[in-house]
Design a protein around this ligand. Sequence first.
Ligand SMILES: NC(=O)c1ccc[n+]([C@@H]2O[C@H](COP(=O)([O-])OP(=O)(O)OC[C@H]3O[C@@H](n4cnc5c(N)ncnc54)[C@H](OP(=O)(O)O)[C@@H]3O)[C@@H](O)[C@H]2O)c1
Length: 375
Amino acid sequence: MHLFLTGVTGAVGMEMARWIARNTPKARVYALIRAPSSVVLKARWSKLAAKLWPDVSARPPEGQFIPVLGDITQPGLGLSPEDAARLASEVTHVIHSAANVELDAPLPEARQANVDGTRHVFEVVRTFRRLERAGYVSTLFVAGKRPGRFLETDEVHEADFVNPYEQSKYEAEHLVRGLMKELPIAMYRLAYLIGRDDGEVTRYNSMHSLMRLFYQGHVGAFPGTPDSRMDLSSNDYAAAALLTLFLEHYQPGRTFHIGNGDEGLRLQDFIDTMTEVSAETERRWAQGVFLPPDVVDEDTYTLLRRTLLQTQNKQSHEVIRLGDTMYGHLLASQVFDARPVHALLGERVKPPPAKQLLRDVLRHCVATDWGRNRI
Ligand SMILES: NC(=O)c1ccc[n+]([C@@H]2O[C@H](COP(=O)([O-])OP(=O)(O)OC[C@H]3O[C@@H](n4cnc5c(N)ncnc54)[C@H](OP(=O)(O)O)[C@@H]3O)[C@@H](O)[C@H]2O)c1
């Protein structure tokens, strides 16, 4: 397998690189990385390799991973003619994972990376003469505010979106579905990833910001019901499931849901687990000075939100800003159906229990002062 991989420096891409090095030692990986020059490209790759494989003896052999300079927002990915020719003649497999995952990026910015970027990637993929299969990485949250059970076969909906990121990914899916008529592409929709199975956080995102504000006692309420689901999972599970499906259960034209499905964390379990772990290290939680947030209905939350916006409390404003990009999913009472993937992968590749994952991730965040002190 000669794999062209985008997004290798990201939360998902890093775990895919580790999985490939461990499980498919004969694969060669061309990893697209953005950099202003080939010197910086090499430096970025060396830094990444040291992070992924701190034990030098466990590093993949020289030449298994080949960093390729490029930017998905550029037509032709900004590849050099030499790289473009090499990829066109050698690549057999593609996984496009690179994206702008900022939940509150303005829509044009999100579209530039996620829609135009995806178009550019597949324009280049079209030139690959030995192409056998391609995978596109999407998100379960393309469901937007659509309520109820969201199936792998669900594509188009009229519901609004909770944030511009998911709208841009929804639009990118539409583009990819059109491309499936001429290229062998399968789609992988992932749950919200919060860290590795052991709790390590490799890239911080909005969920960690919200967890931090919760830990500091600034989250007073969540809208929804105690049973509203939060489909949180681990980077390792996402990578292992995606690559196992890609290599062993490949079906062009099909969409796969990678998440907890019916076992998704309940909002009340999220609150209880956060409260329990916060009390281990923050005395104001242990002494009951900080109280667990309430779960309130939409009208109550709207009122509370308005009141808090009238205060000068910066942290409350930050909680509201984050909530505005996420809480719509709690109100939509969604379940992202994952039964087909669970049936395909069985006991071999299973999502980690969500409560334990949340516990370990929060402990890691606190121990590292939210990423400031690496351990
Ligand atoms: N993490 C999640 O919770 C989650 C959930 C559902 C779906 N997904 C999907 O999974 C995929 C990977 O997400 P992630 O969590 O790994 O994101 P991430 O940690 O933010 O990483 C994004 C990756 O994309 C690369 N990238 C961004 N813009 C680029 C550009 N213009 N040219 C080249 N590379 C670019 C980044 O490179 P730099 O290092 O240069 O920034 C990085 O490698 C995305 O398609 C995302 O939509 C993620």
